[in-house]
Structures are given as structure tokens and as C-alpha cells.
Design a binder for this molecule. Structure first.
Ligand code: NDP
Length: 305
């Protein structure tokens, strides 16, 4: 691809819709097979406006897919004990197949023991409990974290094969960078994970066939950090000075060099929600004992036909 060609847009919104339609079909099949209606509980502690928007979007998407949705809103000054108690109660509820605790939590709260309260880990539809993290690393069956799973699903549905490709991930969080590295390794990519101490970040980025930015700094990744012909996934969500959402990548400049790129908004964000629904359906099917083959389509439908 020449340096001036405009990148193909990896439309996360449209792809997420296709995933959500597959999930909705799965719900109908599960019910037809005598299974339960999938139940998703979303717990939000505090008043963070962005988190409220995310939770509302998740609730709406889950309802549209035919799920039972339970939103638990807790005040900003919620105690650690109260939050853990709420999660434990939800975990005991047979009608709740998946629990998501919206992160980040208010400063006085420690996320780790809250996530550990999601027992059994089969209800951990965000894929963050030690059992699911270990399953990811060991290559065993488990629930995968939604954002990295959304990155992989988006690539899959656009026919982008990771095998032998060099994926460079900027960001090493437990939520995005580290689990994405595992998922990409499992697909035979060669993976480099960068972070705030990485030397010569632009040079590392220019080595990428697939460049993923998951930092949380508006337009950190500049156009000339993108190797011509690379695929760029922008996970970052930042509020620009004008109040609009922007990613971690300078989209306009990167689009002139990349072969394909995700927009912000409308890229990885909607995919994250779609994968949450897919995980919750999987959890409901697993708890029902019904043969998964009766629920899931034989193969995912590509968006490119
Ligand atoms: P974290 O703050 O947990 O991690 C950020 C990572 O970026 C860290 O590993 C940090 O390095 C690294 N970093 C920070 N500054 C630099 C720098 N100058 N150069 C290189 N690396 C740097 O963030 P998350 O992973 O939770 O989220 C990242 C972004 O993705 C955020 O914008 C968040 O809003 C967004 N996000 C979007 C989701 C979606 O659905 N689209 C879902 C989840 C997150 P170090 O480890 O050294 O500190």
C-alpha cells in the first residue's frame, strides 16, 4: 500500500452489531432448548459520568439481546465490605449468569478483592478473576476479558490473520495489554508489549504489522509511528479539549499510512460491549448443561461477506 492511500475503516459499531445479532439468536435458541434467559448484573459504584454512560450502554445492549439485566448503582462513598457483599449476593443468585463490576472504582475501594468475590469464576464475564486469567495464560477454556477479545473478534471478522504477524501493543494493563498479548500469542502472532518505560517507543511502533494503542493519552501515537500498510487498533478513550472523544492514535495522520484502522468512537468500544454479551451467553449456556452446539452458530459471520 502506498503512503498516501486512505486506510480501510474497521467499523467496530457495525461488527459489534453483527456479534450482538448472533448473541440474540443464541438467546432464542437457548430458550427454545429449555434453557434459562441469560442474566447479567452490572455493578456501578460512584458517580463517574463516563462509567455511567458505559453502564447504560451495556444495559441497553443486553436488554436488546434478550437478557435479564440487573443494574446495581451504589453511592460514591460505598464501603469495601458493602461492595463485596453486593457482589457475593449476586454471585449466589441462580438467575444471574454474569457479573460485571464497572471499573475504575472510587479511590477508597480496592478492585482486587471485589473481583475475587465473583464466585464461581464461571460468572466472571469480564474475565478478570485469577481462574480466568490463569486459563488465558495456560491456553485452557475460560472467559476472556472483553476488550482484548473484542480486538481479536474485530480482526477475525475482517479476515485479518495474526499468524506470523508482529503485534506491538502499547500499554500493559491487566484489562487490555497483557490479556491481548496472550490472545495474540495464541493466534501465533509475535508480540511486543510496550509501556511507560519503553525506550524509543516510536521505533517499536514502526516495527508493527498490527499496532494496538491502549494507553489513555489522546493522540500519543503519531502518524509517522505507523508503518505503511500496518493495521491499527485504537483502544484508548480520551475526552478532547472540545469535549469530544478521541483515541490514543492521531487518526487522520495514521489513516494516511495504515492499511486498516479503528475509529474512536465506534471502534473497540462497541466490540467490548458485544463480547460482554457473548461471554454472558456462554456462561448461561454452561450453567444450563445444554449442548452448546444447539445454541451457537457453526461459524461467525464475517462483515465483509
Ligand atoms: P491503564 O492506565 O491501566 O494502563 C495504561 C498503560 O499505558 C500502562 O501500561 C502504562 O505504562 C502505559 N503508558 C502510560 N503512558 C505511556 C506512555 N507515555 N508511553 C507508553 N506507555 C504508556 O489503562 P487501561 O489499559 O485500563 O486503558 C487504556 C485506555 O483504554 C484508556 O484510554 C481506557 O479508557 C481505554 N479503554 C477502552 C476500553 C474500550 O472498551 N474501548 C476498555 C478499557 C479501557 P506503565 O504500566 O509503565 O504505567
Amino acid at each position: 500500500m502506498s503512503e498516501t492511500t486512505q486506510a480501510r475503516l474497521l467499523d467496530g459499531k457495525a461488527t459489534a452489531l453483527a456479534v450482538r445479532e448472533d448473541v440474540a439468536r443464541g438467546v432464542e435458541r437457548l430458550l427454545a432448548a429449555g434453557g434459562p434467559r441469560p442474566g447479567l448484573a452490572v455493578v456501578l459504584a460512584g458517580e463517574d459520568p463516563a462509567s455511567r454512560v458505559y453502564v447504560r450502554n451495556k444495559d441497553r445492549a443486553a436488554e436488546q439481546a434478550g437478557f435479564d439485566v440487573r443494574s446495581v448503582m451504589l453511592p460514591q462513598d460505598t464501603t469495601q465490605a458493602r461492595l463485596e457483599e453486593v457482589v457475593r449476593e449476586l454471585a449466589l443468585d441462580a438467575g444471574v449468569h454474569g457479573i460485571l463490576v464497572q471499573l475504575p472504582l472510587p479511590a477508597q475501594l480496592d478492585a482486587r478483592p471485589v473481583i475475587d468475590s465473583i464466585l464461581p469464576p464461571e460468572k466472571d464475564v469480564d474475565g478478570l478473576t485469577p481462574t480466568n486469567v490463569a486459563a488465558l495464560v495456560l491456553g485452557r477454556d475460560g472467559l476472556e476479558p472483553c476488550t482484548p477479545a473484542g480486538c481479536i473478534e474485530l480482526l477475525d471478522r475482517h479476515g485479518i490473520d495474526l499468524s506470523g504477524q508482529h503485534m506491538v501493543i502499547v500499554g500493559r494493563s491487566m484489562l487490555v495489554g497483557k490479556p491481548l498479548a496472550q490472545l495474540a500469542l495464541a493466534r501465533n502472532a509475535t508480540v511486543t508489549v510496550c509501556h511507560s518505560r519503553t525506550r524509543d517507543l516510536p521505533a517499536r511502533c514502526r516495527e508493527a504489522d498490527v499496532l494496538v494503542a491502549a494507553v489513555g493519552r489522546a493522540r500519543l501515537v503519531q502518524g509517522d509511528w505507523v508503518r505503511p500498510g500496518a493495521v491499527v487498533l485504537d483502544v484508548g478513550i480520551n475526552r478532547g479539549e472540545d469535549g469530544k472523544l478521541v483515541g490514543d492514535v492521531d487518526f487522520a495522520a495514521a489513516s494516511e499510512r495504515a492499511a486498516a484502522i479503528t475509529p474512536v468512537p465506534g471502534g473497540i468500544g462497541p466490540m467490548t460491549i458485544a463480547m460482554l454479551l457473548a461471554n454472558t451467553l456462554r456462561a448461561a449456556v454452561a450453567s444450563s448443561g445444554i449442548d452448546p452446539a444447539l445454541v451457537f452458530s457453526p461459524a461467525p459471520q464475517g462483515v465483509d461477506g
